[in-house]
Design a protein around this ligand. Structure first.
Ligand code: NAD
Length: 320
């Protein structure tokens, strides 16, 4: 099991105990990421368990196969870091965790939106210094505002449901429309949606068609002072252009759980190190910006679901 933190060990160990096939399995934890250099740690293992940051490209898959590994178990939804073609050529079993607590991510999008909108992050810092001044902390009531949801899959629908409970008008853009979303709002084109929304939240996957979906042109379409929340993938946003829009105050605020450069920053073995990243530091100079380190999924419930599903996949592999 690669790229493991303490919490991975806790939840995966508990999930293993609950599995009927547990006597046929042993988990070996590695803190390091899987790559061509660490791939030899898999010798003697039937399966590897990996996360979003692990490199399971063509050469690594081949090396795993040469080492006798038969299964690649992802403890995440995305599998763009795995060369599926090579895995197929090698006859390897690949399994992911397609869904885990969409509410965890949707609720975090709401908490980012609330924090940004009411300046709670700034109030917290002030009060820590003994300052109870409200100057500059004026927020807006969310009730009655228009919320744009880009991507209405599992998380987007959960977010739409939450925001409709706040009495918001919900608009969405998704090339594949779902009847589940239509309980909460209406679909528009992106061009129609952006000028109308006070808050925009991104819930689509990162693909060629969505990379920098928030760019110079789409930022121009957004309502002046609108706030943008991104809990999906950093590269959905052209960060340099967003910084320009924050600077000229056309964008009213930005809350990110995901950041373009996060791969190198957050999933290393030195996650307590102080990180130097000029663009991130630039973002953090704006009082109306919040950045978190990809924690939207990080609830006890979601980690439990991920561990259970990963071990069920491991059980399927063991059962053949
Ligand atoms: P999902 O597959 O259920 O839904 C994605 C939706 O995006 C689909 O309805 C799809 O039609 C839509 N979509 C595709 N192309 C689009 C486009 N061009 N414009 C608008 N919508 C488009 O996925 P999900 O489970 O709801 O997850 C959404 C994303 O959330 C994931 O792809 C992942 O990047 C992110 N995520 C983040 C965290 C976190 O901790 N921050 C955790 C889990 C997932």
């Amino acid at each position: 099991v690669f790229s493991t933190k303490g919490y991975d060990r806790t939840f995966l160990t508990a999930a293993l105990k609950a599995l009927p096939e547990s006597d046929k399995m042993e988990l070996i934890f590695h803190k390091c990421a899987l790559d061509i250099d660490s791939a030899d740690l898999t010798k003697g293992s039937g399966a590897v368990c990996v996360f979003v940051n692990d490199n399971v490209g063509k050469d690594v898959v081949q090396k795993l196969h040469d080492n006798g590994v038969e299964a690649i178990l992802l403890r995440c939804a995305g599998f763009n870091n795995v060369c599926l073609t090579q895995a197929e050529t090698c006859g390897m079993f690949v399994a992911n965790v397609p869904s885990y607590s969409p509410e965890a991510v949707a609720e975090f999008a709401l908490s980012l939106l609330q924090t940004l909108n009411r300046n709670t992050h700034r109030a917290y810092n002030r009060v820590r210094e003994g300052n109870f001044n409200l100057e500059g902390l004026l927020g807006r009531t969310i009730n009655g505002k228009t919320v744009g949801v880009i991507g209405t899959g599992r998380i987007g629908v959960a977010f739409a449901r939450i925001m409709s409970g706040f009495g918001c008008k919900i608009l969405a853009y998704d090339p594949f429309q779902s009847s589940e979303f239509e309980k909460y709002g209406e679909y528009l084109t992106l061009e129609e949606l952006l000028p109308q929304c006070d808050f925009v939240s991104l819930h689509c996957p990162l693909m060629d068609s969505t990379r920098q979906i928030i760019n110079k042109n789409t930022l121009k379409l957004m309502k002046r002072g609108a706030m943008l929340v991104n809990t999906s993938r950093g590269a959905l946003i052209d960060t340099d252009q967003v910084i320009k829009s924050l600077k000229d105050r056309t964008l009213g605020g930005l809350a990110l759980d995901v950041y373009e450069g996060e791969g190198e920053l957050f999933y290393n073995d030195h996650s307590d190190d102080i990180i130097q990243d000029d663009q991130l530091m630039r973002l953090m100079t704006f009082p109306n910006v919040i950045v978190c380190g990809h924690q939207a999924f990080f609830t006890e419930e979601a980690l439990g679901e991920i561990a259970d599903a990963t071990l069920e996949n491991a059980g399927d592999y063991v059962k053949g």
